[in-house]
Design a protein around this ligand. Structure first.
Ligand SMILES: Cc1cc2nc3c(=O)[nH]c(=O)nc-3n(C[C@H](O)[C@H](O)[C@H](O)COP(=O)(O)O)c2cc1C
Length: 497
């Protein structure tokens, strides 16, 4: 039984769109500091490996209905730096968008946070953008998929090379001789790529972790290739166990073909557990959350223009293959009605039954509202007791489907603490989560070696070959941490200056 990597993806207003409406739930982002503090304390006591902060560089009224936690949130780097001061062992992962960020500024901020945290920071690199994000950054259009990933590849290489500006022993600090620095161990970056030109060196000492663990989340083919070639953790969106096994196999094969030790790539799936004292209790929580999700028919005339179009009886009718748009959303759906549904409709009825315990043949049949919500709210939900949830984690681990999970809490604090205080101890009992932090850095929690300094390796190669001038690069191709890059501790011969 190998231990899983267990992190929590923090969404303070809850990861379920109606989570903030649940009784006692945190619902005002102006109070996020206290929730973040409490969440970090509980997560570290539960020995979770890390807290993960996604990011979205735009906002608008639509998010209030679809993804409320995105409406107004603390910037991920501020969150991890703040929590680094309040915790001592748990990892802290922030998200940055390589399409819009500046590599020098980001390298400096992340190297600083890693120093301040004692080596506990990770960096999730995303490239995606929507029109609003482009507009917020003075760009008139979304970059093409290829150009955003071509830039991301250069960006990741520049980050690693900037982080390696100071070799670990570059600072001498000898008061007697007045020697503060060994200048031969401070390296320029001199990156000259198609998208990025960075001279360096970075004005921050090398991170405690050498290079921060790189995370990448995405679904497109370019995204998977980027993760396979450059990431330590790949966050995947998967629909079920079989899909997860296939995606992990594909990512590991891509990593191997890129010249990496594919075991160094950890595949992490998001999961949204609803935890109750009994299964029926958990189902009642899921049922209440489902009923709190607003649908178009809740407005007497018409929903607001920004309201999600797919959250309506009209949209549901097209999925069911039966016109239910004129019926009450709270009308029970009986077995006879379900018999006329399409295959998709039947599947929705099963999803609702699994989550809420509502059955068309029972005394609490599902309503059309439940079916609208099941169809329009995307969530990898598991509903049950702490043992039920832990057994599902164990089954995915045994099947080789994942290396770990990013746990999303439907509500804060209730469901987050139900997981941390209920499921985490059960995972520890089964050997799936450590009972104590074995190391002090995020790399150690993730079982990742500390990479060599690309320039120091170049020194060795140069000393050996008598030719190479470290730090001067012939252009963007080939990189410190990219495919075959020495940044991964892969033999220097594969690193092309
Ligand atoms: C599990 C998961 C989490 C994600 N989190 C973010 C995020 O926090 N911010 C973001 O801009 N994109 C996020 N994305 C979207 C992709 O990371 C992003 O667009 C990436 O560049 C790959 O995109 P593509 O699959 O659209 O090519 C996430 C995707 C997945 C599967």
């Amino acid at each position: 039984m190998s231990r899983l990597i267990i992190g929590a993806m923090i969404r303070t207003l809850g990861a379920y769109p109606s989570g903030w409406r649940a009784p006692g739930a945190h619902r005002d982002p102006r109070g996020d500091a206290a929730v973040l503090r409490r969440t970090a304390e509980v997560a570290e006591a539960a020995r979770l490996d890390y807290l993960f902060f996604g990011d979205w560089l735009a906002t608008g009224e639509d998010l209030a209905y679809r993804d409320p936690y995105l409406l107004a949130r603390v910037d991920p780097l501020s969150a991890v730096t703040y929590l680094a001061g309040l915790t001592s062992r748990i990892g802290l992962i922030a998200t940055a968008n390589t399409t819009y960020a500046d590599p020098y500024t980001l390298a400096r901020a992340t190297a600083s946070a890693d120093l301040l945290s004692g080596g506990r920071i990770g960096l999730n690199l995303v490239t995606g953008s929507e029109a609003r994000t482009a507009g917020n950054h003075g760009r008139d259009a979304r970059p093409s998929d290829d150009s955003r990933f071509d830039r991301a590849v250069e960006f990741e290489q520049v980050l690693r090379t900037l982080w390696d500006s100071f070799e670990d022993d570059a600072i001498i600090a000898d008061a007697a001789t007045g020697a503060l620095l060994d200048p031969s161990k401070l390296h320029a970056t001199d990156f000259d790529g198609r998208h990025l030109n960075v001279t360096g060196p970075l004005n921050a000492v090398r991170p405690v972790q050498g290079h921060l663990p790189i995370v990448h989340s995405g679904t497109s083919p370019r995204s998977r290739l980027f993760a396979a070639q450059n990431a330590d953790l790949a966050l995947v969106a998967v629909s079920d166990l079989e899909h997860a096994i296939a995606v992990r196999e594909e990512l590991r094969a891509l990593a191997f073909e890129s010249g990496r030790d594919d075991r160094t790539l950890k595949v992490i799936a998001p999961v949204l557990p609803i935890v109750g004292e009994t299964r029926a209790h958990a189902q009642s929580i899921a049922d209440e959350l489902s009923e709190l999700v607003q649908i178009a028919e809740d407005w007497p005339d018409a929903p607001p223009p920004a309201f999600p179009a797919d959250r309506s009886l009209a949209q549901l009718s097209s999925l069911l293959g039966v016109d239910v748009s004129h019926r009450s959303p709270d009308a029970g759906v009986t077995t006879a009605v379900v018999a006329g549904f399409s295959a998709v409709g039947q599947e929705l009825v099963e999803i609702v039954a699994e989550r809420t315990g509502r059955s068309p043949s029972g005394d609490r049949p599902p309503t059309l509202r439940h079916l609208v919500v099941a169809a329009s709210v995307n969530a990898s939900m598991i509903v049950g007791t702490a043992e039920d949830i832990a057994s599902e984690f164990e089954a995915w681990s045994d099947a080789g489907a994942v290396d770990g999970f990013n746990v999303l809490a439907a509500t804060h604090p209730a469901q987050f603490e139900a997981f941390a205080l209920g499921v985490a101890p059960e995972l520890q009992r089964r050997g799936l989560l450590a009972t104590e932090y074995e190391g002090t850095t995020l790399r150690e929690h993730l079982g990742l070696a500390r990479p060599d300094n690309v320039h120091a390796r170049a020194h060795e190669v140069a000393a050996h070959a008598g030719s190479l001038r470290p730090g001067v690069r012939a252009g963007g191709a080939g990189g410190a941490g990219g495919p075959g890059g020495a940044g991964r501790g892969i033999e220097p011969a594969s690193w092309h200056p």
